[in-house]
Design a protein around this ligand. Structure first.
Ligand code: PLP
Length: 393
């Protein structure tokens, strides 16, 4: 074999999400797109806001020297300033542009952060269920992802987290609102986590970072807000992107923001800038940086996703499915009516309903439905969901 053994092994464990997405394409060719109900991928179906299109047109029309050229690895100063001002309000803490690095999406931000902080064998703790790419990201930089169970309602289990921290722990990686569960971690659980990490950092005499992956921060329902991570812990880094809230995941634009009072801040910021360069990103896309600077505060209507959530939750509850109602993001993570979630997902597939087994997210006994699809897709899939539910009384 010419390719790396590790990559070869990873290829054979191809992600369930991709597998289902590809199956969707195959079924659509056979049956037609309206006969396939594809809930496999978190690819937002809402149009980006008008403000995005207007800003994009303006930026495309602009001429100037090096407007499409290389720049400092951390991004344009005026863009970092616009983001720092916005994050200052969001996190209730004043940030300077130096504390912001523009990145290729949240995925780019997470890889840059992990590259900057991990030594070989360092552990990254993550509450499960979790976004499955995290394991690959930690491994990319010599780290090891260790999952920590959550409570049955997917809230943080602080006792489990406390037991999981060792002298190898370098970071805790949180995702709220969560993919795949839609859970938003409460302010009090985050305060307790902050206190725990302060104690553990002292005990093990090393900085344990708290990384908050927040691409769904603006997609929350029923008046929910996502608590500020910077208010609860000083050695915190936010990874974020415009993929989900502006519906532009293909454009690969996001950022990371470092707590203004983080320990060893200068060294950390230098490491992050270097990591952005040497991972081959060099800098986040120039055109998109200029566009997002102009649309800070704009986002898709979360209420449209709330409507889809309600349509789906009401319909599935009527069929006898049980689940925690998501507070944010656009995923539902119901309990599988049978213990074997893969078998259940395969039964749904026979009705041309494509979902992803919870095992793929460290949440066996569940399955994930990405409801960032048209209302018609949800409505038209409900009879199929009902038929499959009836197979397993
Ligand atoms: C929890 C989570 N983090 C990160 C990402 C990656 O997002 P981006 O497109 O901004 O890289 C995703 C994408 O689905 C996600 O669900």
């Amino acid at each position: 074999m010419s390719i790396a053994k590790k990559v070869e092994a990873n290829l054979s464990r191809t992600s369930w999400i991709r597998k289902m997405f590809e199956e969707g394409g195959r079924l659509m060719e056979i049956h037609g797109p309206d006969k396939v109900f594809d809930f496999s991928l978190g690819n937002p179906n809402l149009e980006p806001p008008e403000a995005f299109h207007r800003a994009l047109s303006r930026c495309v029309q602009t001429r100037g020297t090096h407007l499409h050229g290389y720049m400092g690895n951390t991004g344009y100063p005026h863009v970092r300033k616009a983001v720092a001002d916005f994050v200052s309000a969001e996190q209730a803490m004043a940030l300077t542009p130096e504390e912001v690095v523009m990145t290729c999406g949240a995925a780019g931000a997470l890889n840059v952060i992990l590259k900057a902080i991990l030594d070989p064998g360092d552990e990254v703790l993550c509450p499960a269920p979790y976004f499955v790419e995290y394991g690959f990201y930690a491994d990319n930089h010599g780290g090891v992802l260790k999952t920590v169970p959550t409570h049955p309602d997917f809230s943080l289990d602080l006792d489990a987290m406390a037991s999981a921290v060792t002298h190898r722990t370098k970071a805790v990686l949180l995702n709220s609102p969560n993919n795949p569960t839609g859970a938003v971690y409460s302010a009090s659980s985050l305060e307790n986590l902050g206190a725990l990490l302060r104690d553990k950092s002292q005990e093990h005499e090393r900085t344990i970072y708290l990384i908050a992956d927040e691409p769904y921060r603006k997609i929350v329902f029923d008046g929910m807000t996502v608590p500020s991570i910077f208010s609860v812990y000083q050695d915190a880094i936010v990874a974020n992107s415009y993929s989900k809230d502006l519906s532009i995941p293909g454009e690969r634009i996001g950022y990371l923001a470092v707590h203004p009072r983080t320990t060893h801040k200068t060294a950390l910021l230098q490491a992050l800038g270097l990591a952005n360069r040497i991972l081959g990103f060099v800098n986040a896309p120039a055109l998109m940086q200029r566009v997002v600077a102009e649309v800070q505060g704009h986002h898709v209507e979360a209420s449209l996703y709330a409507r889809k959530r309600d349509l789906l939750c009401d319909g599935l509850a009527r069929c006898g499915y049980s689940f925690e109602k998501p507070s944010g993001a656009f995923y539902l993570f119901p309990r599988s009516p049978i213990p074997d979630d893969v078998a259940f997902v395969q039964a749904l597939q026979k009705e041309r309903i494509l979902t992803v087994p919870g095992s793929g997210f460290g949440g066996p006994g569940h399955f994930r439905i990405a409801f960032c699809v048209s209302d018609e897709t949800i409505q038209n899939a409900l009879p199929g969901f009902q038929r499959v539910r009836a197979l397993f009384p």
